[in-house]
Design a protein. Structure first.
Length: 462
């Protein structure tokens, strides 16, 4: 766990980039500057480990660019790129099944019975926990439900779940249905923390005040680590401490946080967390989810849904129907794990073993900072060269954001998005009018940012 001081502590990306540009005698907007930044990037080699979408084959692209064969991929906050090694290893797992048939459960490339154990160390590093505190299983939404069976224990007095007003739809529905399932009314039991009028971001003080004020009636606090729409980071340590002071359980949805920001779930005493692995961890669409339960609950008897995989491995196959619980989060496993999916998670986490989230954050400081500076330079005012302004909704403070920037345009986004897509820019739109762009430090370059901003300039030019 990195406890050292962050390399750029006390500076803003804008300051650091301006100093670097001055040192090179370049303007921030010059070609030479992105070339300089890419030449200094110690993580640049990771890009070669991923399959990049090609201009010639990516849907919607109509662009013949002699200098670039790849698209600019800024959608890793939704679906990570495919590591080049995935195909071959999935193939090996399939061959193990083909050749060893029933014995593939216990032998060969990634034996079924133990395959999920191989990912636990890597996952634990990513979330700041010990390996006994994490498992990989099911999908994110399913895992949230399973953990809420334990961590949402409503009583007449304490029945509320605190969540954000604009939570990701799945989280909203999960909370709503859990409340209904326990015989309570979502109208009374869903407690929303809201942004202030005409604001997009939520003030941490408003969360803490709400916990202080309503804490005695809150059974569970369920918030994201990084908000999917705005890219805002929530201070998980403070929220957890505030929740615990009031006797609430505290859990986080880390879909947009894992592999994006540094996490110390064990140290922060978070009760539980769930995430998906197909965004920043690059395991593939709909691949398995991760779950964390703090080790303080390793021996606590809590209500939970059970299956044969909740039973200790050493006696599981005695088939006695005499439940001998696995410890802690392992006991939440219900079904046997799928090796073809696990192998993709293992490979994805192995890529992270070759670096650290701290190192990625240091690159991200400059990479997303560079995007921010160029956007501000070209699009903060309507000028002779641009027809629209671009407002960055994501917090300006580096520690309050991951790599994603969410952009609101003063013009219709539809036309802009069409033009950008034709040029090979890959990003997404979230209604009503926000474009999300995530320069993922693991595989994106400063050149990508330069190309993206140039494409945007063309799309918005007068
Ligand atoms: C914040 C958040 N929660 C939940 C989900 C749903 O995840 P899944 O479909 O893997 O259950 C997603 C992504 O789709 C998400 O971004
Ligand atoms: N999983 C997705 C899918 O199958 C289709 C479209 C989008 C997704 C996503 O994961 C969306 C993502 N969670 C988001 O932040 O919006």
């Amino acid at each position: 766990m990195a406890e050292t001081v962050f390399k750029y502590e006390g500076s803003t990306p804008e300051q650091v980039l301006a100093e670097l540009a001055a040192k090179c005698g370049l303007l921030l907007t010059e070609v030479g500057f992105y070339q300089y930044l890419d030449s200094q990037d110690e993580l640049a080699h990771f890009r070669d480990q991923f399959s990049f979408p090609k201009l010639t084959t990516s849907p919607g692209v109509e662009c013949d660019d002699a200098e670039n064969e790849n698209c600019v991929y800024f959608c890793g906050n939704s679906l990570g790129l495919q590591p080049k090694s995935t195909k071959e290893h999935v193939q090996k797992v399939l061959e193990n099944w083909e050749i060893n048939n029933i014995s593939c459960h216990v032998m060969g490339h990634l034996p079924g019975i133990t395959c999920d154990n191989y990912v636990r160390d890597g996952m634990a590093n990513l979330v700041g926990s010990s390996q006994e505190e994490v498992v990989v299983m099911n999908g994110l939404s399913v895992n949230l439900h399973l953990l809420m069976v334990s961590f949402y224990q409503p009583t007449k007095k304490r029945h509320k779940i605190l969540l954000e007003e604009h939570a990701f739809p799945s989280d909203h529905y999960i909370v709503m249905s859990q409340i209904q399932q326990r015989g309570f009314d979502p109208e009374d039991s869903m407690l929303f923390v809201k942004a202030r009028p005409d604001e997009e971001l939520i003030h941490i003080d408003d969360i803490l005040d709400l916990i202080e004020k309503e804490g005695d009636s809150i059974a569970l606090i369920m918030l994201p680590g990084v908000q999917y729409f705005t890219g805002q980071v929530f201070n998980m340590e403070e929220i957890t401490a505030a929740g615990h002071r009031k006797g609430c359980y505290v859990g986080f949805d880390l879909a947009h946080a894992v592999g994006n920001i540094e996490l110390y779930l064990n140290k922060w005493e978070v009760d539980f967390a769930c995430w998906c692995t197909y965004k920043y961890l690059n395991s593939g669409p709909g691949c398995l989810g991760g779950a964390f339960v703090h080790k303080k609950f390793a021996k606590t008897k809590m209500p939970k849904f059970l299956g044969w995989w909740s039973h200790k491995e050493s006696t599981r196959f005695e088939m006695s129907n005499d439940l001998d619980f696995s410890c802690g989060v392992e006991s939440y496993r219900i079904s046997n794990p799928p090796p073809p999916l696990l192998v993709a998670c293992i490979l994805a986490s192995e890529i992270f073993d070759q670096t650290s989230v701290r190192q990625l954050r240091e690159k991200s400081f400059l990479l997303t900072g560079y995007l921010e500076c160029l956007l501000k330079h070209y699009f903060s005012d309507i000028s002779d060269s641009t027809t629209a302004t671009v407002e960055i909704l994501t917090p300006a403070n580096f520690s309050d954001r991951g790599c994603q920037l969410s952009l609101r345009f003063s013009c219709s986004l539809k036309e802009v998005a069409e033009k950008m897509t034709k040029k090979g820019m890959i990003f997404d739109i979230r209604q009503p009018n926000v474009m999300r762009v995530a320069p993922v430090p693991l595989y994106c370059s400063f050149h990508d940012v330069y190309r993206f901003v140039n494409a945007l300039r063309e799309a918005l030019s007068t």
